[in-house]
Design a protein around this ligand. Structure first.
Ligand SMILES: [Cu+2]
Length: 491
């Protein structure tokens, strides 16, 4: 079941509609149970509620939203969540938006086939007139160690696969998140969160909302400016009734939402249930958290388009000659990598693995991430493919039992062709993960400053080209021919 920032309820209902008999039964038994519980614990609960009231901050009193005396109380209480009980913990993240050159295919070859790019894949990666190729000037969120913004926060080698995503923000229900944001982009930008509780002064979005003064200062941080965003993490930002111990939200710039996110300003935020978090905020019952963004980055709608055409198109041009054609300057990436160029995602057999999956973009960004080799559970249901739409997030839990290197790819045919394919590797429970799993260098803060993106060596483990062949065979010859006609000039 996928989750949306603004429409979690609607998505929940959509999910329920597909499985209505079992959910109805479950709901009925919940109602009976809740009724009994209400009778037994009514007085105790009333006592806790008044104690809780003393702890409240400026959060709205959500407890008042629950109607008393109806058997649906527990359901609506779970929708609204408990009032905000602060843990007292403030988690501060220093995030800079920095201009960097990002290479979507730093290995310069197709790592899925273990071959050089062929004539079809070249249509997506070659530079040319109006075609920028695989390297682009972008503006990305990067983690820093403190408010001096002098030192990038290190990103562990096993998280190199995160690519161009911003730092992973972790928090536990009851925590307060502070993001100290420095804007190093040449355009105004912000940090807008999904899911958590924010006031008008911490939303990061300009629109006619009857605010002024301080409540407008968060909407757009000027180039070189610094702004601190403060977000609370109430119950309703944490796991719902059918979630596991943690949920995913995203954060992204929303000053000019389309251009900002195409520039690369997006990152993940993971919220763990109260009492379930390790000191770093990650869920205690999960061994490996993995975050993947499936997105067609529309570099034709990036604020750096003209600059990129001048710097990287060959010959340099200020024209977007054929940019209207499908796939041109539109890398179909996973975390900003195409054709398997992502550093290997690694895990150990038998681990509790939680995949957080999200999509961003336009109407072509309907993605169906599919795991080879192992299955997942999403919203209580067994799957090996999960659907995500632009701006939505999904959580998929896996206990891998199948050792090997496996494809992890979007199952949309056009997206397979364009390289929205990566791999993950399951090692035996006795194999060391670090070092053997990937030889990628540690990209400090996710992206090295300056030119080139992450230039990594490829995995030394055998690849099965047949898998890619089968994937290609999914697409008919006529479809390939049609695309070729569309892409090649003069045909
Ligand atoms: Cu897709």
């Amino acid at each position: 079941m996928w989750r949306t920032g603004n429409e979690a309820g609607a998505a929940g209902r959509a999910g329920a509609a597909t499985t209505s008999p079992p959910l109805t039964r479950r709901r009925s038994s919940r109602v009976v149970f809740a009724g009994a519980l209400t009778l037994l614990l009514g007085f105790t609960a009333a006592g806790s509620a008044s104690a809780a009231a003393a702890e409240r901050t400026d959060m709205p009193d959500m407890s008042g939203m629950a109607m008393s005396g109806t058997p649906n109380d527990s359901y609506w209480n779970s929708v609204g969540g408990e009032p905000f009980h602060p843990t007292g913990k403030v988690r501060t993240y220093y995030i800079g938006a920095d201009e960097v050159v990002w290479n979507y295919a730093p290995d310069g070859r197709n790592d899925i086939t273990d071959q050089p790019f062929d004539s079809i894949t070249k249509m997506y990666i070659d530079s040319g007139s109006g075609r920028i190729g695989t390297s682009y000037l972008k503006c990305l969120y990067r983690g820093y160690t403190d408010e001096g913004f002098a030192a990038l926060a290190p990103r562990p080698a096993q998280d190199a696969y995160l690519g161009f995503l911003g730092p992973v923000i972790h928090a536990e229900v009851g925590d307060t998140i502070k993001v100290v944001f420095r804007n190093g982009c040449r355009f105004p930008a912000s940090v807008h969160p999904h899911g958590v509780f924010y006031t008008k002064a911490n939303e990061g979005t300009p629109y006619a909302d009857n605010t002024s003064g301080e409540e407008k200062m968060d909407d757009a941080v000027a180039t070189g400016g610094i702004r601190t965003y403060t977000w609370l993490v109430p119950d309703r930002a944490g796991p719902g009734p059918h979630d596991g111990s943690s949920v995913m939200w995203m954060y992204h710039s929303h000053t000019n939402e389309v251009f900002d996110t195409n520039a690369g300003l997006i990152g993940p935020m993971l919220i763990t249930a109260r009492g379930m978090a390790r000191p770093d905020g990650s869920p205690k019952d999960v061994d490996r958290e993995l975050v993947t963004l499936f997105s067609i980055t529309n570099e034709n709608e990036s604020p750096y388009l003209q600059e990129n055409l001048k710097r990287f198109a060959k010959p340099a041009s200020s024209q977007q000659n054929d940019q209207r054609l499908a796939g041109i300057n539109e890398p179909h990436g996973v975390n900003g990598y195409i054709f398997g160029n992502e550093p290997m995602i690694t895990m150990r057999k038998g681990q509790h693995v939680r995949w957080y999956v999200m999509s961003m973009g336009s109407e072509t960004d309907l993605h169906t991430p599919h795991w080879h080799g192992n299955d997942v559970v999403v919203g209580g249901m067994r799957m090996d493919t999960v659907g995500v739409l632009p701006g939505t997030m999904a959580v998929a839990d896996m206990v891998p039992d199948n050792v090997g290197i496996w494809l992890y790819h979007c199952h949309v045919n056009d997206h397979i062709l364009a390289g929205m394919i990566t791999r993950y590797r399951v090692v035996s429970d006795t194999t060391a993960l670090d070092g053997s799993a990937t030889t990628m260098p540690v990209p400090v803060g996710g992206v090295p400053a300056g030119e080139g993106g992450v230039a990594g060596s490829r995995s030394s483990f055998p690849v099965v080209p047949a898998v890619a062949v089968v994937a290609m065979a999914l697409v008919s010859r006529s479809m390939i021919a049609r695309r070729r006609r569309a892409l090649l000039p003069g045909r």
